[in-house]
Design a protein around this ligand. Structure first.
Ligand SMILES: [Fe+2]
Length: 309
Protein backbone atom coordinates (compact mmCIF):
# COMPACT_ATOMS: atom_id res chain seq x y z
CA UNK A 1 0.00 0.00 0.00
CA UNK A 2 1.31 3.42 -0.86
CA UNK A 3 1.26 5.41 2.37
CA UNK A 4 -0.43 8.76 1.87
CA UNK A 5 -2.81 10.95 3.87
CA UNK A 6 -2.94 10.00 7.55
CA UNK A 7 0.11 7.84 8.30
CA UNK A 8 -0.22 6.61 11.87
CA UNK A 9 -1.12 7.36 15.47
CA UNK A 10 1.44 9.91 16.60
CA UNK A 11 0.69 11.00 20.13
CA UNK A 12 -1.70 10.82 23.04
CA UNK A 13 -1.87 13.33 25.89
CA UNK A 14 -3.13 11.61 29.01
CA UNK A 15 -4.09 13.18 32.34
CA UNK A 16 -2.58 11.78 35.52
CA UNK A 17 -3.35 12.53 39.17
CA UNK A 18 0.16 12.54 40.64
CA UNK A 19 2.78 13.44 38.07
CA UNK A 20 5.87 12.08 39.88
CA UNK A 21 4.22 8.74 40.55
CA UNK A 22 3.02 8.55 36.93
CA UNK A 23 6.43 9.44 35.52
CA UNK A 24 8.10 6.73 37.62
CA UNK A 25 5.49 4.21 36.46
CA UNK A 26 5.74 4.94 32.75
CA UNK A 27 9.54 5.17 32.85
CA UNK A 28 10.44 2.26 35.11
CA UNK A 29 7.57 -0.22 34.77
CA UNK A 30 6.27 0.40 31.24
CA UNK A 31 9.79 1.29 30.15
CA UNK A 32 9.04 4.34 28.02
CA UNK A 33 11.87 6.77 27.24
CA UNK A 34 11.51 10.27 28.74
CA UNK A 35 12.35 12.86 26.09
CA UNK A 36 11.42 16.21 27.59
CA UNK A 37 9.41 18.48 29.89
CA UNK A 38 7.77 21.76 28.99
CA UNK A 39 6.87 25.05 30.70
CA UNK A 40 3.34 23.74 31.37
CA UNK A 41 4.86 20.89 33.40
CA UNK A 42 3.98 18.22 30.86
CA UNK A 43 6.30 15.21 30.63
CA UNK A 44 7.04 13.68 27.23
CA UNK A 45 7.77 10.03 26.49
CA UNK A 46 8.35 7.86 23.46
CA UNK A 47 8.49 4.09 23.00
CA UNK A 48 12.01 2.88 22.35
CA UNK A 49 11.58 1.98 18.65
CA UNK A 50 9.75 5.17 17.69
CA UNK A 51 11.89 7.70 15.86
CA UNK A 52 9.92 10.89 16.52
CA UNK A 53 10.49 12.94 19.67
CA UNK A 54 7.36 12.00 21.61
CA UNK A 55 4.25 9.85 21.50
CA UNK A 56 2.86 9.77 25.04
CA UNK A 57 2.52 12.97 27.04
CA UNK A 58 1.48 13.20 30.69
CA UNK A 59 -0.33 16.21 32.11
CA UNK A 60 -1.10 16.49 35.82
CA UNK A 61 -4.78 17.07 36.57
CA UNK A 62 -7.35 16.26 39.23
CA UNK A 63 -9.14 13.97 36.76
CA UNK A 64 -7.67 11.07 34.78
CA UNK A 65 -8.51 10.60 31.08
CA UNK A 66 -7.33 11.71 27.65
CA UNK A 67 -6.85 15.32 26.47
CA UNK A 68 -6.31 14.49 22.80
CA UNK A 69 -5.10 11.82 20.36
CA UNK A 70 -3.00 12.88 17.37
CA UNK A 71 -2.19 11.38 13.97
CA UNK A 72 0.86 12.13 11.86
CA UNK A 73 0.06 12.92 8.23
CA UNK A 74 2.38 12.68 5.24
CA UNK A 75 3.42 16.34 4.88
CA UNK A 76 2.33 19.99 5.09
CA UNK A 77 0.20 20.03 1.90
CA UNK A 78 -1.59 16.89 3.16
CA UNK A 79 -2.30 18.64 6.46
CA UNK A 80 -3.73 21.67 4.63
CA UNK A 81 -5.86 19.46 2.39
CA UNK A 82 -7.25 17.38 5.26
CA UNK A 83 -8.06 20.55 7.20
CA UNK A 84 -9.96 21.86 4.17
CA UNK A 85 -11.74 18.52 3.71
CA UNK A 86 -12.82 18.56 7.38
CA UNK A 87 -14.10 22.12 7.07
CA UNK A 88 -15.94 21.32 3.82
CA UNK A 89 -17.57 18.37 5.60
CA UNK A 90 -18.69 20.70 8.39
CA UNK A 91 -16.10 19.90 11.05
CA UNK A 92 -14.67 23.01 12.67
CA UNK A 93 -10.89 22.99 13.12
CA UNK A 94 -8.37 25.17 14.92
CA UNK A 95 -4.61 25.43 14.52
CA UNK A 96 -2.22 25.07 17.43
CA UNK A 97 1.14 26.73 16.82
CA UNK A 98 4.36 24.81 16.19
CA UNK A 99 6.18 24.24 19.46
CA UNK A 100 3.03 24.24 21.61
CA UNK A 101 3.78 20.55 21.92
CA UNK A 102 7.54 20.04 22.24
CA UNK A 103 9.41 19.37 18.97
CA UNK A 104 6.07 19.19 17.11
CA UNK A 105 4.88 21.34 14.20
CA UNK A 106 1.52 23.02 13.73
CA UNK A 107 -1.43 20.86 14.71
CA UNK A 108 -4.98 20.88 13.36
CA UNK A 109 -7.38 20.05 16.17
CA UNK A 110 -11.07 19.22 16.01
CA UNK A 111 -13.77 17.80 18.23
CA UNK A 112 -15.55 14.69 17.00
CA UNK A 113 -19.19 13.82 17.86
CA UNK A 114 -18.07 11.37 20.57
CA UNK A 115 -16.65 14.35 22.46
CA UNK A 116 -12.97 13.54 21.86
CA UNK A 117 -10.29 15.93 20.68
CA UNK A 118 -8.41 14.61 17.63
CA UNK A 119 -5.35 16.23 16.05
CA UNK A 120 -3.44 16.01 12.79
CA UNK A 121 0.13 17.20 12.37
CA UNK A 122 2.82 16.83 9.73
CA UNK A 123 6.11 17.32 11.54
CA UNK A 124 7.79 16.16 14.73
CA UNK A 125 11.54 16.20 15.30
CA UNK A 126 13.25 12.91 14.55
CA UNK A 127 15.37 11.80 17.48
CA UNK A 128 15.93 8.19 16.37
CA UNK A 129 15.48 4.95 18.26
CA UNK A 130 18.89 4.60 19.85
CA UNK A 131 20.11 2.44 16.97
CA UNK A 132 22.22 3.88 14.14
CA UNK A 133 20.65 4.23 10.69
CA UNK A 134 23.77 2.73 9.12
CA UNK A 135 24.45 -0.92 9.92
CA UNK A 136 21.84 -0.93 12.72
CA UNK A 137 21.72 -3.53 15.47
CA UNK A 138 18.37 -5.18 16.30
CA UNK A 139 17.90 -3.63 19.75
CA UNK A 140 19.43 -1.27 22.27
CA UNK A 141 19.56 -0.62 26.02
CA UNK A 142 16.15 1.13 26.07
CA UNK A 143 14.49 -1.93 24.51
CA UNK A 144 15.35 -4.03 27.56
CA UNK A 145 14.21 -1.71 30.38
CA UNK A 146 10.78 -2.46 31.86
CA UNK A 147 8.02 -3.68 29.56
CA UNK A 148 9.55 -1.66 26.70
CA UNK A 149 6.86 -1.60 23.99
CA UNK A 150 8.02 -0.75 20.48
CA UNK A 151 5.43 1.90 19.71
CA UNK A 152 2.13 3.55 20.59
CA UNK A 153 -0.21 1.41 18.50
CA UNK A 154 -3.81 2.66 18.84
CA UNK A 155 -6.46 3.89 21.23
CA UNK A 156 -10.00 2.79 22.07
CA UNK A 157 -12.30 5.68 22.94
CA UNK A 158 -15.78 5.53 24.48
CA UNK A 159 -18.43 8.11 23.65
CA UNK A 160 -21.76 8.78 21.91
CA UNK A 161 -22.54 9.08 18.17
CA UNK A 162 -19.95 6.65 16.83
CA UNK A 163 -21.90 6.32 13.58
CA UNK A 164 -21.12 10.02 12.95
CA UNK A 165 -17.52 9.56 14.10
CA UNK A 166 -17.10 6.70 11.62
CA UNK A 167 -18.24 8.93 8.74
CA UNK A 168 -15.58 11.53 9.56
CA UNK A 169 -12.79 8.96 9.78
CA UNK A 170 -13.90 7.00 6.69
CA UNK A 171 -15.35 9.69 4.39
CA UNK A 172 -12.95 12.52 5.21
CA UNK A 173 -9.74 11.13 6.71
CA UNK A 174 -9.40 8.01 4.54
CA UNK A 175 -9.66 5.33 7.22
CA UNK A 176 -11.51 2.05 6.56
CA UNK A 177 -13.61 -0.20 8.77
CA UNK A 178 -11.81 -3.42 9.74
CA UNK A 179 -14.14 -4.97 12.33
CA UNK A 180 -17.32 -4.09 14.17
CA UNK A 181 -19.57 -5.34 16.95
CA UNK A 182 -23.28 -4.99 16.34
CA UNK A 183 -25.64 -3.64 18.99
CA UNK A 184 -28.52 -5.62 20.48
CA UNK A 185 -30.77 -4.53 17.59
CA UNK A 186 -28.51 -6.40 15.15
CA UNK A 187 -28.18 -3.30 12.96
CA UNK A 188 -26.44 -0.47 14.80
CA UNK A 189 -22.71 -0.62 15.50
CA UNK A 190 -21.79 -0.82 19.19
CA UNK A 191 -18.04 -0.72 18.50
CA UNK A 192 -15.86 -0.10 15.43
CA UNK A 193 -12.19 -0.73 14.62
CA UNK A 194 -10.73 1.63 12.02
CA UNK A 195 -7.41 1.55 10.16
CA UNK A 196 -5.49 4.15 8.17
CA UNK A 197 -2.79 1.63 7.34
CA UNK A 198 -2.11 -2.09 7.14
CA UNK A 199 -2.78 -2.59 10.86
CA UNK A 200 -5.95 -4.11 12.31
CA UNK A 201 -6.68 -0.82 14.01
CA UNK A 202 -5.24 2.64 14.40
CA UNK A 203 -8.22 3.87 16.40
CA UNK A 204 -11.39 2.24 17.75
CA UNK A 205 -14.62 3.54 19.24
CA UNK A 206 -17.38 2.09 21.40
CA UNK A 207 -20.81 3.64 21.82
CA UNK A 208 -21.13 5.01 25.35
CA UNK A 209 -23.44 7.66 26.82
CA UNK A 210 -20.73 9.83 28.40
CA UNK A 211 -18.60 11.82 25.92
CA UNK A 212 -14.82 12.02 25.71
CA UNK A 213 -13.90 8.89 27.64
CA UNK A 214 -10.65 6.92 27.38
CA UNK A 215 -10.89 3.14 27.38
CA UNK A 216 -7.20 2.52 26.71
CA UNK A 217 -4.10 3.51 24.86
CA UNK A 218 -2.30 0.50 23.45
CA UNK A 219 1.41 -0.20 23.25
CA UNK A 220 2.77 -2.67 20.70
CA UNK A 221 5.01 -5.55 21.78
CA UNK A 222 6.91 -7.48 19.13
CA UNK A 223 6.12 -11.00 20.32
CA UNK A 224 3.73 -13.04 22.46
CA UNK A 225 6.66 -13.80 24.76
CA UNK A 226 7.10 -10.07 25.32
CA UNK A 227 3.39 -9.77 26.21
CA UNK A 228 3.81 -12.58 28.77
CA UNK A 229 6.96 -10.89 30.09
CA UNK A 230 4.89 -7.68 30.42
CA UNK A 231 2.47 -9.69 32.58
CA UNK A 232 5.38 -10.80 34.77
CA UNK A 233 6.59 -7.22 35.17
CA UNK A 234 3.08 -5.94 35.96
CA UNK A 235 2.71 -8.56 38.69
CA UNK A 236 6.21 -7.95 40.07
CA UNK A 237 5.19 -4.30 40.46
CA UNK A 238 1.70 -5.08 41.86
CA UNK A 239 0.03 -3.24 38.96
CA UNK A 240 -3.76 -3.83 38.83
CA UNK A 241 -4.45 -6.03 35.77
CA UNK A 242 -7.87 -5.92 34.10
CA UNK A 243 -7.80 -8.75 31.51
CA UNK A 244 -5.23 -11.20 30.19
CA UNK A 245 -2.84 -12.34 29.02
CA UNK A 246 -5.28 -13.62 26.42
CA UNK A 247 -6.26 -13.28 22.76
CA UNK A 248 -9.05 -11.11 21.39
CA UNK A 249 -11.39 -12.62 18.83
CA UNK A 250 -11.74 -9.11 17.41
CA UNK A 251 -8.48 -8.31 15.54
CA UNK A 252 -6.88 -11.62 16.76
CA UNK A 253 -4.61 -9.46 18.90
CA UNK A 254 -2.95 -10.88 22.01
CA UNK A 255 -3.33 -8.63 25.00
CA UNK A 256 -3.05 -7.60 28.60
CA UNK A 257 -5.10 -4.69 29.95
CA UNK A 258 -3.96 -2.98 33.14
CA UNK A 259 -4.34 0.36 34.88
CA UNK A 260 -1.75 3.05 35.50
CA UNK A 261 -1.56 4.61 39.00
CA UNK A 262 -4.21 7.22 38.01
CA UNK A 263 -6.73 4.67 36.71
CA UNK A 264 -6.04 5.10 33.00
CA UNK A 265 -6.27 1.70 31.32
CA UNK A 266 -3.46 0.76 28.95
CA UNK A 267 -2.80 -2.31 26.83
CA UNK A 268 0.30 -4.28 25.95
CA UNK A 269 -0.56 -5.88 22.65
CA UNK A 270 0.83 -7.89 19.75
CA UNK A 271 -0.39 -9.70 16.66
CA UNK A 272 -3.48 -9.40 14.57
CA UNK A 273 -3.72 -9.97 10.83
CA UNK A 274 -2.94 -7.54 8.02
CA UNK A 275 -6.07 -6.03 6.49
CA UNK A 276 -6.42 -4.12 3.21
CA UNK A 277 -9.01 -1.45 2.39
CA UNK A 278 -10.79 -3.78 -0.07
CA UNK A 279 -11.45 -6.47 2.56
CA UNK A 280 -15.01 -6.94 3.77
CA UNK A 281 -15.17 -5.80 7.42
CA UNK A 282 -15.55 -8.60 9.97
CA UNK A 283 -18.72 -8.50 12.07
CA UNK A 284 -19.31 -9.78 15.60
CA UNK A 285 -22.88 -10.23 16.76
CA UNK A 286 -23.90 -8.75 20.10
CA UNK A 287 -24.54 -12.15 21.69
CA UNK A 288 -21.05 -13.32 20.77
CA UNK A 289 -19.04 -10.33 21.88
CA UNK A 290 -17.66 -12.31 24.85
CA UNK A 291 -15.70 -14.39 22.35
CA UNK A 292 -14.72 -11.27 20.45
CA UNK A 293 -13.28 -9.77 23.60
CA UNK A 294 -11.64 -12.82 25.17
CA UNK A 295 -11.49 -15.69 22.71
CA UNK A 296 -10.26 -18.51 24.98
CA UNK A 297 -12.52 -17.67 27.94
CA UNK A 298 -15.51 -16.43 25.84
CA UNK A 299 -16.13 -13.94 28.62
CA UNK A 300 -17.71 -10.50 28.45
CA UNK A 301 -15.67 -8.88 31.21
CA UNK A 302 -17.87 -6.35 33.01
CA UNK A 303 -14.94 -3.97 33.55
CA UNK A 304 -14.30 -3.74 29.78
CA UNK A 305 -17.81 -2.36 29.28
CA UNK A 306 -18.06 -0.03 32.26
CA UNK A 307 -14.66 1.19 33.51
CA UNK A 308 -13.24 4.18 31.62
CA UNK A 309 -11.31 7.31 32.56
FE1 LIG B 1 -6.59 -2.20 22.07
Amino acid sequence: MAMTGVLRPGHAQVRVLELDKAVAFYRDVLGLVETGRDAQGRVYFKCWDERDHNSYILRESDQAGIDFFGFKVLDGPTLDQLEKDLNDYGVETRRLPAGDLLETGERVRFTIPSGHEIELYATKTTVGNGIPTINPGPWCEDSERGIAPVRLDHTLLYGPNIAEVKKIFVDVLGFYLVERVLGEDGVSEAAIWLSCSHKVHDIAFAEYPEPGKLHHCSFLMDSWERVLRAGDILSMNKVPVDIGPTRHGVTRGCTIYAWDPSGNRFETFMGGYQPYPDYEPLTWTFDNFGQGLDYPQRKLHETFLTVVS
